[in-house]
Design a protein around this ligand. Structure first.
Ligand code: PLP
Length: 384
């Protein structure tokens, strides 16, 4: 085994390269036809009505916060076990972050703890909640939606780990991550470690036309040329800036890569499920705790997270063998930045205990059978 095995890796093939090169040779490097094409394909993939492609997933979270009118001091709730951007996107608008502990089985934000938090404050205290489909495990958004409606909260699904995941609702219908049925807004990322790589990139999906219109404006400086929005019209050159937006555009050649990658997304998820199944079988009856998966959900397996007694020992042992396992995540509430805002050890005990023992094993569609066998062999060698 000469090569290093990372925990995640993009898969770029000739079709992807041709798509990018063709776009580089076309008339548009940015804001050309690939933008709408990617948005339409992604809306179709998730089942959402509208999709807005952006420069990255963090920009998607920031625009979600802006479109939902998050203001200085608004209280919003997310999970401590996620990438920092899930919280930061709202913090950019001055929101005060609340971290609610995770469910020890799914590692997603625990809805019962969320309910307790909401019940222990006067109605109207909180503005919104941002559950995360952690590692690709779909949040039961139907349940979150009920609670959000009861407390008048917005619901933003951070689905960056979960394109291709789904759960079944109480009617037994399949609810795809990001399909817009329950969440106001869902966000995705096209960073190379995620399922669909565009270099950098992000997407928002929603079924809400008003939010969609607002997001389109915010993506490009709050500027519009749309005739039905203009308050005056001086001629063909005329445009108006209606609110303080940003430059969160993505390029056409990145969108071309995204479209090409999206066409293989289902195959990628299938392969991820196969890899997960093999790990889970290999670790059965050992000291390695494997991920819980309810039979009614399709886990998208962005990550395959195990828990072991001596996590640091295993991490170092795998490194010695050129297996670059990773830790997802250091709880956000324990980051110095959020500690300075008042969060401390003991605030989310389940997340903190999870962090002590978690390790993400290599999980990506092009992981070979030999590579996976080698990873399994080394993990078992260590825990025995
Ligand atoms: C990757 C990721 C993001 C941010 O996406 P970028 O495209 O890197 O900005 C947000 N939330 C989660 C859960 C992520 O994994």
């Amino acid at each position: 085994m000469g090569n290093v095995i990372p925990y995640g890796r993009q898969d770029i093939n000739d079709q992807d390269i041709t798509a990018v090169v063709d776009t580089l040779k076309s008339d548009f490097l940015t804001q050309g036809p690939k933008i709408a094409e990617f948005e339409n394909a992604f809306a179709h993939y998730t089942g959402a009505k509208y999709a807005v492609v952006l420069s990255n997933g963090t920009a998607a979270l920031h625009l979600a916060a802006l479109a939902l009118r998050v203001k200085e001091g608004d209280k919003v709730i997310t999970s401590p076990i996620t990438f920092a951007a899930s919280a930061n996107g709202f913090r950019y608008c001055g929101a005060e972050l609340y971290f609610v502990d995770i469910d020890p089985r799914t590692y997603n934000l625990d809805i019962n703890k969320l309910r307790s938090l909401l019940e222990s404050h006067p109605k109207g205290t909180f503005k919104g909640v941002i559950p995360v489909d952690f590692a690709g495990y779909p949040v039961d958004l139907e349940e979150f939606c009920k609670l959000a409606d009861e407390y008048n909260l917005f619901l933003v699904e951070d689905a960056c780990h979960a394109p291709g995941g789904y759960f079944k609702n109480s009617k037994g219908e399949q609810v795809n991550c990001g399909n817009g049925q329950y969440a106001d807004i869902s966000v995705f990322s096209f960073h190379p470690v995620k399922h669909i790589a565009a270099g950098e990139g992000g997407m928002i999906t929603t079924n809400n036309k008003e939010l969609y219109d607002e997001l389109i404006l915010l993506r490009t400086h709050g500027i519009t040329k749309s005739e039905d929005l203009l308050t005056e019209n001086h001629g063909g050159w005329y445009y108006e800036m209606h609110n303080l937006g940003y430059n969160y555009r993505i390029t056409d050649f990145q969108a071309a890569l995204g479209i090409s990658q999206l066409s293989r997304a289902d195959k990628g998820v299938e392969r991820r499920l196969e890899i997960a199944e093999k790990y889970t079988q290999a670790f059965e009856g050992t000291k390695v705790k494997t991920p819980f998966v309810e039979s009614s959900v399709q886990h998208a397996h962005h990550l395959y997270v195990i828990q072991v007694e001596d996590r640091k020992g295993l991490y170092d042992y795998l490194r010695e063998n050129k297996i670059l396992a990773q830790v997802h995540y250091i709880p956000i509430h324990l980051m110095p930045y959020y500690k300075n805002l008042g969060w401390k050890e003991g605030d989310c005990p389940i997340a903190e205990a999870y962090y002590e023992h978690c390790l993400s094993l290599p999980m990506f569609p092009t992981l070979t059978v030999e590579e996976q066998d080698f990873v399994i062999e080394k993990v078992l060698e260590f825990v025995k």
